[in-house]
Design a protein around this ligand. Structure first.
Ligand SMILES: [Zn+2]
Ligand SMILES: [Zn+2]
Length: 253
């Protein structure tokens, strides 16, 4: 079964909620054989969420299950605020993502010169430490794009899988799900999140996964998700996670 649990349909920078656009996201999912989709807009757009409208689309797309989540821009120290925020919405799941180190949004193309200030291995360590705080918070159904720090192709000297090891063990200890996020294939790094090496280690540690595109437009829904499923099978996975009312269920891949 194919799913896509990371879709930005309602808002992103210049793009604002347009109700008439939302069915186009579902139409692409239908065409690509995606059985479940999760709308997971950034927390800053949540005022725009219309849960009644989103749920009302379900009868028009009986073959695509609609789930509603959120992608939280995680910063250590804000756990209590996020806990209150997440309790305030009828969500099926929440993605915890690290896009910032301090006040540096490292995944934005305008900020790419910030990488010059870092030793590459120290950068990866700092990034993964922040991910660890997200895992420890136990606030999230899944962790987004686990090795996003590579987005512009800045590689660590030590193997990334070694720098991630402590984080991967923590994920396993917390039974914390991650996603295979296909958007990395379309970024400067040209590699899925997480890398095959990290994903293989995740499988060894029995860390659950789900599949996602991180689509920001209707045409990108389900993009390369079948390829991600193939990768998951190659490293040994046979099941993926789905989410409903904050409960996780594993289904056959
Ligand atoms: Zn993200
Ligand atoms: Zn996203």
């Amino acid at each position: 079964m194919l799913v896509d649990y990371h879709i930005h349909a309602l808002g992103h920078d210049h793009f604002r909620h347009a109700e008439e656009d939302t069915p186009r996201f579902l139409q692409t999912a239908l065409e690509r054989g995606i059985a479940e989709v999760g709308f997971a807009d950034h927390d800053r757009y949540h005022e725009l969420y219309d849960f009644v409208f989103l749920r009302s689309l379900q009868p028009r797309f009986p073959r695509v299950k609609i789930r509603i989540g959120v992608e939280v821009d995680f910063h250590p120290g804000e756990e209590a605020r996020w806990s209150r925020f997440l309790a305030g919405y009828p969500l099926d799941y929440a993605i915890g993502s690290v896009h910032d180190l301090g006040d540096w949004t490292f995944d934005h193309p305008n900020n790419v010169r910030g990488y010059d200030r870092w030793d590459p291995d120290e950068l990866y360590r700092a990034y993964f430490l922040t991910v660890q705080a997200a895992v420890r918070s136990r606030l999230f159904s899944l962790i987004g794009h686990l090795d996003l720090i590579k987005v512009f192709g800045h590689r660590s000297r030590a193997p990334a899988v070694a720098l991630a090891e402590e984080t991967l063990r923590l994920l396993a200890d917390h039974d914390q799900c991650i996603e295979i996020n296909t958007n990395g294939w379309h970024k400067p790094v040209g590699e899925v999140y997480p890398s095959r090496e990290i994903l293989r280690r995740c499988f060894e540690l029995n860390i659950p996964i789900t599949l996602s595109s991180d689509a920001h437009e209707p045409g990108a829904v389900g993009r390369d998700v079948a390829r991600a499923a193939e990768l998951a099978r190659e490293v040994g996975y046979r099941r993926i996670a789905t989410f409903e009312e904050k409960k996780r269920r594993l289904v056959e891949l």
